[in-house]
Design a protein around this ligand. Structure first.
Ligand SMILES: *Cc1c(COP(=O)(O)O)cnc(C)c1O
Length: 406
């Protein structure tokens, strides 16, 4: 047996692939993709089982590393990112774990943006540091710092764009050139932009990281993750690690993400449009001292962001309140603002159709010292909203109510 291609015509547009790419339907002709809730697959005879286990023959074997529903999600996401292959994992952090396990060995060095997801920094420093992998953390936006951090043993550059919560944007093409000139690889966490806005492979990134938990699912239901890249990296380097280490995505969660991908593009367009409207409005409010949003001309990497992100700014906004002198007063102003919401969900997740609101300094960045937070630009007066699909007029009225409570 060989596992067939989807049978679609060549050269289809991305929105079509988002709905159609996957595997052919089963003989029953289901229109919605089937959910294969099975841990293992049966073989016609022992010789076939042996051939499939050894990889001599294609075929589904065991859902730790092969399942049709998971494969449909992988093929669809690879098509959206414009990469040859994709491997799904149980969460975004599992994807980053798989990436680091697959690419690095003791003695290797990683250069990583200081502004990446907090657990990514912890995983590199605390866990991989323990196994003899060293890491340098550099400014997200200063290419000179990245270049200066390179060492002969640097194997990987790791960036995220835009970042959480300050929406800092890095120049992916410049980082790819730097990595490749040094014989290293570039991995980009594309969680905030998603392939609906930004395709890092087109700018030279070797591996794209996803937390499917966010916009790919899009409705806050399941944990999921994935890595996209060349067949050589995914099939030869990463799949054997996943097979041994087992950070596998469950077929059910893969099915939820697979169906989420169908609406990713229209959700992102709608959520970005609402976010831009709210960011503009927030910037004009006297209670707000600063708005961080790549779609605003006031954003330091506004032009680069629009160029890399298909003219869109994303759906995450961070803003700073003008009220309060000192950390204690700023925090109480931020808490008063957040507590006055009648519509938004006070939760750290993002990428949901429901708008979420958080206070980064006491949640996602709560484990840092006050000095580390200051260095990272996360003040006590900073609030992050991840804009969902509610009507922008209702969200604006909610924000007005919240600012009035400060
Ligand atoms: C949430 C997130 C992750 C981790 O994903 P999980 O699915 O929660 O493990 C990684 N990177 C970014 C940018 C994230 O926002």
């Amino acid at each position: 047996m060989t596992i067939p291609a989807s049978g679609l015509p060549q050269g289809l547009q991305i929105d079509t692939l988002a709905v159609r790419e996957g595997l052919p339907a089963t003989p029953w002709g289901e229109n919605s993709e089937a959910l294969f809730l099975t841990s293992s697959f049966c073989h016609p005879n022992a010789a076939t089982a042996a051939a499939r286990f050894s990889g001599e023959e294609e075929g589904f074997v065991y859902s730790r590393f092969s399942n049709p529903t998971v494969m449909m999600m992988e093929r669809r996401l690879a098509a959206l990112e414009g990469t040859e292959a994709c491997i799904a994992t149980s969460s975004g952090m599992a994807a980053i774990l798989l990436l680091l396990m697959g690419l690095l060995k003791s003695g290797d060095h990683v250069v990583c943006s200081r502004s990446v997801f907090g657990s990514t920094i912890k995983l590199l420093q605390a866990e991989f540091g323990k196994f003899g992998v060293s890491s340098s953390f550099v400014s997200q936006t200063d290419l000179g710092e990245w270049r200066a951090a390179l060492r002969p043993e640097t194997r990987l550059l790791l960036a995220e764009s835009p970042t959480n919560p300050l929406t800092e944007v890095c120049d992916i093409a410049a980082l790819a050139e730097l990595a490749h000139g040094h014989g290293a690889l570039l991995a980009v966490d594309n969680c905030f932009a998603t392939p609906a806005l930004q395709r890092p492979a087109a700018f030279g990134a070797d591996l794209i990281i996803h937390s499917g938990t966010k916009y790919l699912d899009g409705q806050g239901r399941v944990l999921a993750g994935a890595l996209c890249g060349s067949k050589a990296l995914i099939d030869k380097v990463l799949t054997p690690v996943l097979r041994s280490a087992g950070m596998s995505l469950s077929p059910f969660n893969a099915w939820v993400v697979l169906k989420g991908l169908e609406t990713l593009s229209i959700r992102m367009q709608a959520q970005c449009a609402r976010a831009l409207e709210l960011a503009r409005w927030l910037e004009a409010q006297p209670q707000v001292s600063r708005v961080h949003y790549p779609g605003l001309p006031s954003h330091p990497q506004h032009e680069l962001a629009l160029r890399q992100m298909g003219g869109q700014g994303g759906a995450v906004i961070a803003f700073e309140l003008a009220a309060g002198q000192g950390a204690v007063a700023q925090r109480s102003a931020a808490f008063a603002c957040i507590d006055a919401t009648r519509l938004m969900s006070i939760t750290a997740n993002l990428g949901d159709t429901k708008t979420t609101i958080t206070h980064p300094a006491s949640t996602s960045h709560g484990r840092l010292t006050e000095e580390q937070r200051q260095a990272a630009g996360i003040s006590q007066g900073l609030i992050r909203i991840a804009v969902g699909l509610e009507d922008a007029r209702d969200l604006q009225a909610d924000l007005a109510r919240m600012l009035a409570a400060v």
